[in-house]
Design a protein around this ligand. Sequence first.
Ligand code: ATP
Length: 239
Amino acid sequence: RSDEALLQINALRSGYGRIEALHGVSMEVNRGEIVALVGSNGAGKTTLLRAVSGVQPVSGGAIVFDGHDVTNAQPHARVKRGIAQVPEGRQIFSPLSIEDNLRLGAYLRKGSEIDRDLDMVYDLFPVLKERRRNPAGGLSGGQQQMLAIGRALMSGPKLLLLDEPSMGLAPILVDQVFQIVEKLRDESGVTVFLVEQNAFAALSIADRGYVIETGEISISGTGRELLDDERVREAYLGV
Ligand code: ATP
């Protein structure tokens, strides 16, 4: 039901100069859900995610978050409302310590909640705690993905946006990262919207999913329905 949606995207249009990349996308993310957006290279996944976090301009339609129209809000205003993006390629600060990277995620907040959330992140990722004084650049790819997720959690988000969390990771680490995303939903009550080319991994943990093809949503359903869908199986699961 739309009145329960945490994030509502209506007929969204966006592009690059005269080239339109999203041709009126509508979808929603309800509270407490993991929603996966899957699609091939260049389908518009990153553009949509960046439009939600506010770093990609939109030319039509609306984005409503937690009851507020944020279509034209500045990125930092969206962070304050509770939207946190984990960017593709992670973008951690290599020379800084792991703990300083995490604290940077809380730059818009103050007070004791920050230390509480730091403990929460360390509980979730013990390896980050062990190595908290070390430069972040020394972490492996999977650990850097965990740090990027931890940093986003430090802003105290209601909605976590994940751009290709599996990118560049060995299969065993992909499983680990997706298990952590499930744990986040189950234990921290964070709502997750993730975009992925790894459709199988994403749909396996998603409550609901959408398929995007050349800037338009073509199929939607529960994660299970999409995994069983003939069209999805042929085009995205290679079966
Ligand atoms: P990928 O998995 O490769 O990131 P994607 O589904 O995220 O793919 P987008 O990156 O959102 O796709 O790209 C959507 C469309 O917009 C593509 O046709 C792409 O070529 C185009 N596009 C993306 N970024 C730019 C840019 N900076 N300038 C011009 N066109 C762009």
